[in-house]
Write a protein that binds this ligand. Structure first.
Ligand code: HEM
Length: 252
């Protein structure tokens, strides 16, 4: 990070090549990256305790979420440098609806990613290796085994895996709604936003298929790694779509 981020940043600042605002933002990214190293240490430390065979799922999810948050912020900054002005489209009801649906979709997607972290962290993917049924049921029989209910979402493997499947399906459906709203005749989106939405549709299909493949093959490392990586790709495409749909700021 020192080589890739800090040295070029200092060079750009010394040469006056970037604005002060951007320099501060990039420096904050550097600090957050260092903090991410700290969170990584905090996560790994939990795996070294006596009687522990793996890191704590909550810490793993914290590490995954913090990494993706930083990744998203860096990507958004890069998009804003590459495309400083939004596409010149009228703010039609179609554009507004697509933007609203895309905002809902990214919320569902982030929740799915968190649930995915719990699935990996508790090794819940090594059970119920059938799809769409889990042990012959759509909803596993011992979904609400623990009380209070929320405990099942972080501890009970059956519930954790079911939540991840359900949220993934909701992500796919909500992205489907973005496609319908954005590509409808007369929606008024520019070509960049339309292409982004088509890419988003493909990305969620691929990610869903990778998830089912990972599950049916009982989580070989390569499949788990590809599924995790593609979650980041999907999040990146989602951010790209939101970036193309953003409202323009008044000039000046
Ligand atoms: C929008 C769709 C999906 C997204 C964004 C998503 C995202 C994720 C993420 C971020 C992880 C955590 C990876 C890690 O930390 O190692 C994960 C794990 C997992 N996901 Fe998904 N997922 C999706 C769909 C699915 C589907 C449809 C299934 C199966 C029905 C599935 C099955 C799994 C399994 C079994 C794991 C655990 C893998 C392991 O133990 O390494 N996913 N998912």
């Amino acid at each position: 990070m020192g080589l890739v981020l800090l040295l070029p940043l200092l060079w750009f600042v010394v040469r006056g090549m970037i604005t002060r605002r951007l320099a501060v933002r990039l420096f904050v990214f550097f600090i957050l990256g260092a903090l991410q190293g700290g969170i990584g240490w905090f996560m790994v430390a939990s795996g070294f305790r006596a009687n522990s065979t793996a890191v704590e799922p909550v810490r793993l999810v914290l590490h995954l979420s913090a990494a993706l948050l930083l990744y998203g912020a860096i990507l958004w900054t890069a998009f804003s440098i590459r495309w400083p002005q939004p596409e010149p489209t009228a703010q039609t009801p179609g554009v507004r609806l697509t933007r609203r649906l895309a905002c809902i979709s990214i919320g569902v997607l982030c929740t799915t990613i968190i649930a995915g972290g719990f699935t990996a962290g508790t090794h819940a993917g090594f059970l119920f290796n059938t799809f769409p049924l889990m042990d012959g049921h759509l909803v596993p029989a011992d979904y609400a085994q623990l009380s209070p209910l929320w405990m099942n979402w972080v501890v009970n493997k059956a519930a954790i895996q079911f939540d991840h499947r359900l949220l993934a399906t909701l992500t796919a459906l909500s992205i489907g709604a973005v496609l319908l709203a954005g590509l409808r005749k007369g929606a008024g989106l520019g070509p960049q936003a339309q292409n982004g939405i088509i890419l988003l549709g493909w990305a969620v299909l691929i990610q869903y298929a990778l998830g089912v493949t990972t599950l049916l093959l009982v989580v070989p490392v390569w499949a788990g790694a590809v599924h995790q990586t593609f979650a980041a790709v999907l999040l990146g495409v989602m951010l790209y779509v939101l970036h193309t749909l953003r409202r323009g700021r008044p000039q000046g």
